[in-house]
Design a binder for this molecule. Sequence first.
Ligand SMILES: *Cc1c(COP(=O)(O)O)cnc(C)c1O
Length: 475
Amino acid sequence: MNNRLYGNLIFELSKKGRKGYSLPKATYRHATTDLPSNLCRKKEAELPECDELTVVRHYTNLSHNNFGVNDGFYPLGSCTMKYNPVINEEIAALKDFAGLHPLQPKETCQWALDICQNLQKTLAELTGLSEFTLNPYAGAHGELTGLMVIRSYHESRDDNKRTKVIIPDSAHGTNPASAAVCGLQVVEVKSLADGTVDVESLKTVLQEHGEEIAAMMMTNPNTVGMFEKNIPEIAQLVHDCGGLMYYDGANLNPMLGVARPGDMGFDVMHINLHKTFSTPHGGGGPGCGPVGVRQGLEQFLPNINVSTFHGNFGVMVKAYAYIMSLGKENIKKVGPLATLNANYIKESLKDVYELPIEGVCKHEFVFDGLKDKSTGVTTMDVAKRLLDYGYHAPTIYFPLLFHEAMMIEPTESESKETIDGFIRVMRTIAKEAKENPELVKTAPHTTPIGRVDDVLAAKQPVLTYRKMIEDKKNG
Ligand SMILES: *Cc1c(COP(=O)(O)O)cnc(C)c1O
């Protein structure tokens, strides 16, 4: 991997006057116009000048430093990095889909609207809810949309005191953030030792704030991967106080074919198509976070879009292709397989990694670092050492319930051999931590960059190539 060009910026490879392109002679000379001088730059643009092969090598080398689901196992908890079948991409790239214009007359794109409607109906069937909007661009955007639906519902009843949302202390950070953006205050409810909502704590919260509660947001399976077994009672308590139940279904894959939020008493939910239905995500997008409501709330779904036009249509096509390729029978296996894979890893490693929450998990679970704390090897060290073995690290230091959290989610699409390989490596690292802790603490040893200083990178980000080159020269 370490060839001569490696590690250079494209600007450093630049040689004045070198070209990697040739343009045809202008045939329509008279069609060119001079730009008004006030629109022209005063100085030449400083662009890198490289030959074609150098450019190709530079970007190919950069791409080799990337790690994706197609490179190896990627057990990033909460993010559901499952395989994205290429057929989904091919279908979404068909000219009839990719070439659509958002303003073209609807009679000329009925097939596309048909896909949206079929997807809405399918989501309603899979969740037991009445109707979905596909507009939101992501999970967080879905949460905001869902909370706006809830606020509209209360406003329609002139019930304007309801400005608070109950959120469990283990929730994904987007939950309180969405509530805040929606102008609602967060009231936290505590978890029990097994990570599920403490019903007694909820009762206290409801006694104190009942009249002001707009909704309770719940993630199920929750952030530590456990099924919230008291949902019927919780829903009853919140409904009795006049609040609505919101289901964060970002990771709905463990529920597919097993249970439906609509049947559990939830009123509003979002699903992350980009986690649940295998559309690729990462690096900020694109995503799609459809919001569903139970019967009686349909009129509060956004009739003025919360996104431009219909939202991220390409993501919808990919999710729909995935659902259709599995079919009604096979989609029922998604939940049980995701659950089996996670429990298999958990049980195979809990003698060497600290398992703070015992019991059957769903699609993911959390370790609290190595069991043997005497080695001084941290979760960060284990995560870095995994890179040496060619694995992506799990999610670390989240959720905040545990100091050394390591959140592992294999997803349903991994084979037993892949999972066994990961288990072997995790055991090897635990052994190394005992026998040669320095090796683990100084990992990674094989990646182009070792450990970056996260704090410095956040406080003094180097954002220009000139500064980077300067810093390089100064060592
Ligand atoms: C990923 C996730 C979200 C946020 O989804 P985005 O698409 O990243 O905005 C919300 N809740 C849970 C539980 C998640 O895992």
